[in-house]
Ligand binder design. Structure first.
Ligand code: C2E
Ligand code: CA
Ligand code: CA
Ligand code: CA
Length: 274
C-alpha cells in the first residue's frame, strides 16, 4: 500500500538521522574525552538538616558541545555506557572530584557510578589508586549507585562494593524508591545511605502518600543505621517537613544548583557566618 510505503520511508529517514546524529555525538565524545576541554564537573551542595550548613557536594558531569550546546548527562551517559566510553568518563569525574575534595577541609564528595563501571573487576582497585594519588581520605568519598546496581548479584559488583566499603568509602543508593525493589529490601542492603528520589520530595505537602513514603523510608533506614538524603528540595515548605521527619541531609535548588568548582567558595560558608 502507498501509505505504508511512505510511512516506511519516513520512518527509515528519521532513523537514519537519529543514527547519524548519535554517531556524530559518539565520535565527538571520543574526541572530547581526549582533550577534556568540553567536559566539566559541577558541584551541588549537600546540606545538613541539623544546622543547614554545607557538609559536602555531589559531582555532576556537564558536556558543553561546540555545536549542540549543553548536553544533558541523562542523554550522553547512556551513550557512554553503550560504547564503552563510560570507564574513561567515570575515571575523569572521579579524579576531578577527588582532586577537588582533597582541598576542602572536612567536606565530602559524592560521585555517581554506573553499573557498567562496577561490573569491571578492577573498579575498586582503580578507585583506591585515585584516592592515593589525590590524597583524599576514603571516608570523604561517597559513591552513588542505583537500586538496580546495589541489588545486582553479579560477583564483580558485590566484590567491588565490599572492597570499597572495607577501605571506608561510603556507598549510597541513588533515586531510592524508583527501582523495582520493595521497601523491605532496605533490610538486606549493605549500604551507608539512602537518597530519596526527588519525585517523592516534590509531592511533599501536596500528596499525602508521598509524605508517608518518605516517613517510612527514613524510619526503616534509621532502624538499620543508615543515613538519608532528600533530593530535589525546592521549597521551604519541603525543607521544613523533611527536617521534621528527620532526614539527615538535604539537596536541591532551594540551597543551590550545581555550580562550577570555582564558584563553590561562595556557597561553602552560609552568608553571615565567619
Ligand atoms: P542524579 O544523580 O539523580 O542527580 C540529580 C539530578 O537532579 C541532577 O541532574 C541535578 O542537577 C538535578 N537536581 C538537583 N536539585 C534539583 C532540584 O531541586 N530540582 C530539580 N528538578 N532537579 C534537581 P543532572 O546534573 O542533569 O544529572 C542527571 C543524571 O545524570 C544524574 O541524576 C545522574 O544519574 C547522571 N549523572 C550525572 N553526572 C554523572 C556522572 O558523572 N556519572 C554518571 N554515571 N552519571 C551521572
Ligand atoms: Ca546522584
Ligand atoms: Ca538522584
Ligand atoms: Ca536521577
Amino acid at each position: 500500500k502507498n501509505s505504508g510505503r511512505s510511512r516506511y520511508t519516513y520512518f527509515s529517514e528519521s532513523m537514519d538521522q537519529l543514527l547519524s546524529r548519535r554517531q556524530e555525538m559518539e565520535g565527538d565524545m571520543r574526541a572530547a574525552l581526549k582533550t577534556g576541554n568540553e567536559f566539566q564537573v559541577h558541584y551541588q551542595p549537600i546540606i545538613s538538616a541539623l544546622d543547614h550548613r554545607v557538609k559536602g557536594y555531589e559531582a555532576l558531569l556537564r558536556w558543553e558541545h561546540p555545536k549542540f550546546g549543553s548536553i544533558s548527562p541523562e542523554l550522553f551517559i547512556p551513550i557512554a555506557e553503550e560504547t564503552g566510553m563510560i570507564e574513561a568518563v567515570g575515571e575523569f569525574v572521579l579524579r576531578e572530584a577527588c582532586k577537588a575534595a582533597a582541598k576542602w577541609s572536612g567536606k565530602s564528595v559524592a560521585v555517581n557510578v554506573s553499573g557498567v563501571e562496577l561490573r569491571d573487576e578492577g573498579y575498586a582497585a582503580k578507585v583506591r589508586k585515585i584516592l592515593l594519588s589525590t590524597g583524599l581520605s576514603p571516608q570523604a568519598l561517597e559513591l552513588e549507585v542505583t537500586e538496580t546496581v546495589a541489588t545486582d548479584e553479579a560477583s564483580a559488583v558485590v566484590a567491588n562494593l565490599d572492597a570499597l566499603r572495607a577501605i571506608g568509602v561510603q556507598i549510597a543508593i541513588d533515586d531510592f524508591g524508583t527501582g523495582f525493589s520493595s521497601l523491605g529490601r532496605l533490610r538486606t542492603l549493605n549500604v551507608d545511605r539512602i537518597k530519596i528520589d526527588r519525585s517523592f520530595v516534590q509531592g511533599f505537602g501536596e500528596k499525602a502518600g508521598d509524605e508517608a513514603i518518605i516517613r517510612a523510608i527514613v524510619e526503616l533506614a534509621h532502624a538499620r543505621g543508615l543515613k538519608t538524603t532528600a533530593e530535589g528540595v525546592e521549597t521551604s515548605l519541603q525543607d521544613a517537613g523533611l527536617v521534621k521527619i528527620g532526614c539527615d541531609s538535604l539537596q536541591g535548588f532551594l540551597y543551590s544548583k550545581p555550580v562550577p568548582l570555582r564558584d563553590i567558595e561562595h556557597i561553602s560558608t552560609p552568608a553571615g557566618s565567619p
